[in-house]
Design a protein. Structure first.
Length: 524
């Protein structure tokens, strides 16, 4: 039975490993798809830059032509204005001269003929000068043409500026795409290494499973020693294959391994639950067999006097390696408490300051032991890095206490239950709730993933036991159980049976169809 149990554990580890490898390969496929998509995007952006550069060059030519037209029109307008000014000056000068000549004619009769001829000549000159209105109209038309040309030049310049900006923006976009492509390529390379490492670890798991199966296939029954204890109520057998002593009931049920007996002893005397053995060196050893084999190893804290906890311990969990014990609690409505202990010697390793704004109610280590999830009365879920106990991210969405947490075996998903009568399924990478189950009638008190499936079992305060799928939220089991307010829930690794207990002191075993198959109660 010890070897079978070890093989079952290795088999479970191998199954979880397959899920982890599949998840890592999925991440690799996505990373490679991202690289391919970004490469296509860069090609499109390059074509876009070529098109926009060509448009910019055409706009540049148009601006230069408009600027030349503007300069020509401005020059013509200046020439027309100068001609107008010269004509006006000449007209004023000639008009004054004619007036003086009229006066001179009256005074100088003797010069009349010459003066008349001079007058006729000057009148001809005056007639040759263009009409003042026409000159004004010509100057106005030239000014309007210059203004129009200036406006056209400004429009073309604006178009050139826009085209230049478009080219610059496209070039920046290409640079961002190139940086993103570099990042995605590095991510894909890293993901390939993750998959290779994951596959290597999985190969080791399979190898370990095969070795443990070979050991489990060997009999744990007696092949060297057999001791019948007093009254025939207990049997001790020694297996040379596993070098262990095992304790059996008279009915043939395996009870426990007996580590106190290291080799085949010489029995001096035996009772129903005890044995006096003599070793090779003549030393006598007394061994007492507790039928349950449960022994208190250590107590952390004290029921009296000052202890390490601020208030009640509301939750705890042991990491997969068996090294750490995490405990949660705190003072209600004041602050949360999250402590990390060395399970081997009971020493406090780390105290996380202010992990939550209220008491910590639920804790769960991830399957790989790299992350610890905590849920609190402050309605938050926090993910902690077990290397340095720093917070990785905070998941927000519940409107009441977070009462239960559990991880999927591939560590990509986490489910949480709350006193707000909802269950949320979280995508760990995005930190967003991928699914919310809200058809519950009471607060969620406990939940666990069913084996390695995408399903969760849920216990609630209304006395109902439920099972849901985490991919679509479909409810598969909905059954009322004895126990009243249900809050205790556990299941086997295969996901075929569950133990559910409640406030009345009753606990029952339920199969994966929701059928109650046994009731657990004190035999006394």
């Amino acid at each position: 039975p010890v070897s079978v149990k070890r093989h079952q554990a290795d088999q479970w580890t191998s199954l979880v490993g397959e899920r982890l490898v599949a998840a890592d390969k999925k991440d690799l496929t996505q990373a490679e798809a991202n690289v391919k998509a970004e490469q296509g995007s860069l090609k499109t952006i390059s074509k876009e830059i070529d098109t926009k550069t060509k448009a910019r060059d055409e706009k540049q030519k148009a601006v230069e032509a408009a600027q030349l037209a503007y300069e020509t029109a401005t020059k013509q307008a200046a020439e027309a204005k100068l001609a107008q000014e010269q004509a006006n000056a000449k007209r004023t000068e000639l008009s004054g001269s004619i007036k003086k000549l009229d006066e001179t004619i009256l005074e100088l009769e003797q010069k009349l003929a010459a003066l008349k001829m001079q007058k006729v000549e000057q009148e001809k000159q005056l007639a040759a000068i263009p009409n003042a209105n026409k000159l004004a109209e010509a100057a106005k038309s030239a000014s309007e043409a210059a203004a129009k040309a200036q406006k056209a030049a400004e429009s073309k310049q604006s178009e050139l500026t826009a085209a230049t900006s478009a080219v610059a923006a496209a070039q920046q976009k290409r640079k961002r795409g190139e940086r993103r492509l570099s990042e995605l390529t590095a991510d894909a390379t890293q993901q390939k290494r993750v998959v290779e490492d994951s596959e290597m670890r999985q190969a080791e798991r399979v190898k370990t499973e095969a070795a443990s199966k070979a050991l489990a296939d060997q009999s744990n029954a007696s092949d060297r020693g057999l001791i019948v204890l007093g009254g025939g109520q207990r049997l001790l057998t020694y297996s040379e294959a596993s070098s262990t002593w095992s304790l059996w009931s008279a009915a043939g049920d395996w009870l426990a391994e007996v580590p106190e007996l290291r080799a085949q002893p010489a029995v001096v005397a035996s009772g129903q639950s005890s044995l006096l053995a003599k070793g090779p060196d003549g030393t006598l050893t007394s061994v007492r067999f507790d039928p349950t084999r449960w022994q208190l190893t250590r107590v952390i804290g004290s029921a009296v006097g000052e202890g390490p906890f601020a208030d009640r311990v509301l939750c705890m969990d042991v990491d997969p390696s068996g090294r750490y014990l995490a405990t949660g609690g705190g003072q209600p409505a004041r602050n949360g408490e999250l402590l990390i202990w060395d399970l081997a010697d009971g020493q406090l390793l780390h105290r996380i300051d202010q992990p939550h704004a209220d008491t910590v109610i639920s804790l769960r280590f991830s399957p790989d032991g790299k992350t610890l999830a905590s849920g609190g009365a402050d309605r938050m879920i926090k993910l902690w890095n077990t290397k340095d106990w720093s917070v990785i991210k905070t998941l927000e969405g519940h409107t009441h206490h977070v009462t239960a947490i559990d991880w999927s075996v591939d560590r990509r998903q986490l489910s949480s239950g709350s006193a707000d009568a909802t269950v949320k399924v979280w995508d760990i990478e995005t930190g967003k709730a991928a699914l919310t189950i809200s058809d519950l009638k009471s607060e969620v008190t406990n939940l666990i993933y069913v084996g390695s499936d995408d399903r969760i079992a849920v216990a609630c305060g209304d006395g109902y036991f439920r099972v849901y799928r985490t991919d679509n939220g479909k409810r598969e089991i909905h059954v009322k159980l004895p126990g009243g307010y249900l809050y205790a829930l556990a299941g086997n690794q295969e996901g075929t049976h569950f133990v559910v207990g409640g406030a009345t002191g009753q606990a029952v075993i339920v199969d994966n169809s929701g059928k109650q198959v046994a009731e657990l109660k004190d035999s006394e």
